[in-house]
Write a protein that binds this ligand. Structure first.
Ligand SMILES: *Cc1c(COP(=O)(O)O)cnc(C)c1O
Length: 349
């Protein structure tokens, strides 16, 4: 694959914005280059200086944790920013297309629509994997980008490794493996294979296992060359100083990360075992994520409304392809999981 050929001509040609912090790094005694307020900040904390546009301290920690090079990391305002930038990096509006495998995460479609990029859909099988026919279609496609969500949202399963590998070897565009839920999965991350595939982009996030959804911090891992292009087109200061500081503090709290992860996995296993005992539950799909997709009978939307009336909100996925009758249930605290189960046990039949 020639990466240059996948990059939009206008992006290749453009000169990026050079911020004050790009042109001068480090600290001077007198900093009068960025029109900041040298007197200080309103509020309790000092945020009067612009943040590091390349988030070097945060990336150094992530690089250590994930065993990658800092130059292989891009940080976005949530992975949703990375999704949008990857689209804008490769797809000419009104001309190019992306490939998605429904049922899957809704933001790929929204980002494509926003950017006037066409969407090719190759549906997953009834057990949410790629059929032989689907792989053939993917490999024949001239889409610029394919999104492989693994573990997949809303279904919870990992995509089979050999299918992903065949796409990495045979697809002509970028292969984006969205691993938002990888910390709950049994599989190794595809970040361990970045060296093998120049067209591989792996997305991860602080929003799920790290418990920092409110912070808005997402990661993209790829070749230094591709990361360079993402840096070229990103808003100069896309990650705030507050976010960078909180992320560093979070990364230092490995112990809490691991405790929460274990507790959520226990909760998932418990719900996985208990839910199928209910009359109203027809099927619970296997999950490598922090949620379960369950099929309800005879009327999932009635169950959804009932749970709402009990003060419990879950995600109604009944209109998604292959998800008829399905609700997506996030694993909560042990008390919340028990509350959910108790409510379902009392579902009027
Ligand atoms: C939750 C989720 C994300 C995370 O998005 P952020 O913008 O980082 O919060 C990304 N991809 C999938 C599939 C998700 O479910």
């Amino acid at each position: 694959m020639n990466l240059e050929q996948l990059i939009r001509p206008n992006v290749r040609a453009m000169k990026p914005y050079a911020s004050a912090r790009d042109e001068f790094q480090g600290t001077a005694q007198v900093m009068l280059d960025a029109n900041e307020n040298s007197l200080g900040s309103v509020g309790p904390e000092a945020f009067n200086r612009y943040p590091d546009p390349l988030q070097r301290a945060v990336k150094a920690e992530i690089a250590r944790l994930k065993q990658v090079q800092p130059a292989q990391i891009f940080l976005g305002n949530g992975s949703d920013e990375a999704i949008d930038l990857l689209l804008r990096l490769t797809c000419v509006p009104g001309q190019d297309s992306i490939l998605i495998l429904p049922p899957t995460y809704g933001m790929y479609e929204v980002a494509a629509n926003l950017n006037d990029v066409a969407i090719e859909r190759v549906p997953l099988t009834a057990d949410f994997q790629l059929s032989e026919e689907a792989i053939t279609k993917v490999l024949a496609s001239s889409a610029k980008l394919i999104f492989l969500c693994s573990p997949n949202n809303p279904t919870g399963n990992l995509l089979h490794q050999d299918a992903v590998e065949r796409i990495l070897r045979g697809f002509g565009g970028l292969v984006v493996v969205d691993e938002a839920y990888i910390d709950f999965a049994t599989a190794r991350s595809w970040t361990t294979r970045l060296g093998e595939f120049a067209n591989l982009v792996v997305l991860q996030t602080f929003s799920k296992a790290w418990g920092l959804a409110g912070l808005r911090l997402g990661m993209a891992f790829a070749s230094p060359e591709l990361i360079g292009y993402l840096n070229k087109i990103k808003p100069p200061y896309n990650i705030s100083e507050a976010t960078q500081q909180h992320a560093l503090a979070g990364l230092r709290d490995q112990e809490r990360f691991e405790l929460m992860r274990q507790e959520l996995l226990l909760g998932r296993d418990w719900l996985q075992a208990e839910l199928p005992k209910l009359d109203v539950v027809a099927e619970v799909f296997p999950s490598d994520a922090n949620f379960l997709l369950a099929r309800f009978r005879p009327d999932a939307t009635a169950v959804y409304e009932y749970l709402l009336s009990q003060g419990i909100v879950v995600r109604n996925r009944t209109t998604q392809p292959g998800c008829a009758g399905c609700l997506r249930l996030t694993v909560g605290t042990p008390a919340e999981n028990q509350q959910l189960l108790a409510a379902l046990q009392q579902y009027p039949r």
